[in-house]
Design a protein around this ligand. Structure first.
Ligand code: FAD
Length: 468
């Protein structure tokens, strides 16, 4: 079956990369088709990623606060009980509302949504299969935005019952007795925190000697201490060597380098060691689309794959696997295709871990700056010295600034603390505008706010903080 007229652009995958590219292209006057294999739009992010995880993080934090954290405010609640079914239903409702919102946006922007699995089918053509029925979409340009899937490890293949990916861990119908999390990155620590707050024993096994591999060491160490205080057990520098199911329990063998293997018994294990690009069954090989050494689609600065008319964005290509990175690429590719100069500044993409306290960063860590031979200075402000953090009762953590020792240009900002995910926006803007630490230090920040910690950290670069 043929859909009729040709499109200016066909996008495969309706995650934050794909649907944003579709909207921007439509705004710029293109006739756009958006092909999605799932019944709901929004991709990993809205359905099984960013949104459901944040909904559960919010609910579980409220649960924990009302069980243990309100007394210091002079509030004595009679009894806090968990209704997990309702918590999950709320999460599902948040997801449903947002994905339905994306469908409305497609209508508003006159983007044609085609439900089915898409694959390249020759120059300017995409084959789409749904329930055994095939159709063909013709388009001048094709953007691949098929995203990514959870990565497996050979010693722990997913089985959906004992060995879980993030997707199943977002929808458990019972709090596990003991959840082992393999991988101390954002996904592992966030979902580990959710189930710890809801009552599970949680053990995090990480191959590296620290949590959050991409983070500034000092800031990651501060988060590590907070997580331990919350009762998460961390086995750093360790790997899972084997797994066996006996009497409905999973028996893991875990060992650090030069250490005796240790047995860990649990009822569930979450494998959160990263994600792999969803490059299969997209017709890449037949179309001669090249992959790079890491298995991602190789693109140039304008997202061109090397095959005329075929582009790729988001988790499919190099760079951090983040929704906002995919969105920026979606906008940039649409603008480039319409003759504008689409651009993504990869140096100012923030990364966030939504634990409590949150960890957020943008730019270079102190370690990275030094490794690049850049002379740098740092300034810190601890939230204990921040009035608003004290009022909130959330005063763990710090802001750390890294600036160039000669030019004072900001190189990186690292925050572990309350609302770090929101505070980092100021730092992103500062880096985007090539600000110096002096610029931040001379900017008036309202009092009492958490953002004052950024100003204080900037003052501390020059050893003149007022409250530190
Ligand atoms: P995706 O969102 O993966 O979308 C790809 C879409 O393509 C999917 O809908 C898929 O069904 C569809 N598709 C694939 N193949 C085909 C085909 N052949 N035909 C038709 N359709 C196809 N990122 C953040 O920035 N912040 C967060 O807080 C965050 N939290 C996360 C939490 C979890 C638990 C997980 C798993 C991820 C999280 N991420 C987060 C990462 C984020 O979800 C991804 O980086 C982002 O969704 C990537 O966007 P994308 O458009 O490239 O691909």
């Amino acid at each position: 079956m043929d859909t009729g007229g040709a499109f200016d652009l066909a996008v495969i995958g309706a995650g934050p990369g794909g649907y944003v590219a579709a909207i921007r292209a439509a705004q710029l006057g293109m006739k756009v088709a958006l092909i999605e294999q799932e019944s709901r739009l929004g991709g990993t992010c809205l359905n099984v990623g960013c949104i459901p995880s944040k909904a559960l993080l919010e609910s579980s934090e409220l649960f924990q606060r009302s069980a243990n954290g309100l007394q210091e405010h002079g509030i004595v609640a009679a009894r806090t009980e968990l209704d997990l079914g309702r918590m999950m239903a709320r999460k599902d409702q948040v997801v449903r509302q947002l994905t339905e919102g994306i469908a409305l946006l497609m209508k508003k922007n006159r983007v044609k949504v085609v439900n089915g699995r898409g694959a390249l089918a020759g120059e300017g053509r995409v084959g789409v299969v749904r329930n055994g029925q095939a159709q063909e979409i013709r388009a001048k340009h094709i953007v691949l935005a098929a995203g990514s899937l959870p990565a497996e490890i050979p010693s722990l293949p997913f089985d959906g019952h004992y060995v879980l990916s993030s997707t199943e861990t977002l929808s458990l119908n019972k709090v596990p007795d003991h959840l082992v999390v393999v991988g101390a990155g954002a996904v592992g620590l966030e979902l580990g925190s959710v189930w710890r707050r809801l009552g599970a024993k949680v053990t995090v096994v990480e191959m590296l000697p620290h949590v959050v591999p991409f983070a500034d060491r000092q800031v990651a160490k501060a988060l590590e201490r907070s997580l331990i205080r919350q009762g998460l057990e961390l086995r750093l520098g360790c790997q899972v060597q084997g797994a066996e199911v006996r009497e409905d329990r999973l028996h893991l063998t875990v060992a650090g380098r030069d250490e005796q293997p240790e047995a860990l018994e649990c009822d569930k294990v979450l494998v959160a060691v990263g994600r792999r690009p969803a490059t299969q069954r997209l017709g890449l090989q037949e179309s001669r689309v090249r992959l790079d050494r890491t298995g991602r689609i190789e693109v140039d600065g304008a997202f061109r794959t090397g095959v005329p008319g075929v582009y790729a964005i988001g988790d499919l290509i190099r760079g951090p696997m983040l929704a906002h990175k995919a969105e920026e690429e979606g906008i940039a590719v649409a603008e480039t295709l319409s003759g504008r100069s689409g651009h993504v500044n990869y140096e100012t993409i923030p990364s966030i871990v939504y634990t409590a306290p949150e960890l957020a960063q943008v730019g270079l860590t102190e370690e990275e700056a030094k490794a690049q031979g850049l002379p740098c200075r740092t300034g810190r402000c601890y939230f204990k010295a921040n009035g608003r953090a004290r009022c909130l009762g959330e005063d763990e953590g710090m802001v750390k600034l890294v600036s160039h020792a000669e030019t004072d240009r900001l190189l990186g900002v690292h925050i572990v603390g309350p609302r770090a995910s929101e505070l980092i926006a100021e730092a992103v803007l500062a880096l985007e505008f090539h600000a110096s630490s002096e610029d931040l230090a001379r900017t008036t920040h309202a009092h009492p706010t958490l953002s004052e910690a950024l100003k204080e950290a900037a003052l501390a670069v020059d050893r003149r903080s007022i409250h530190g």
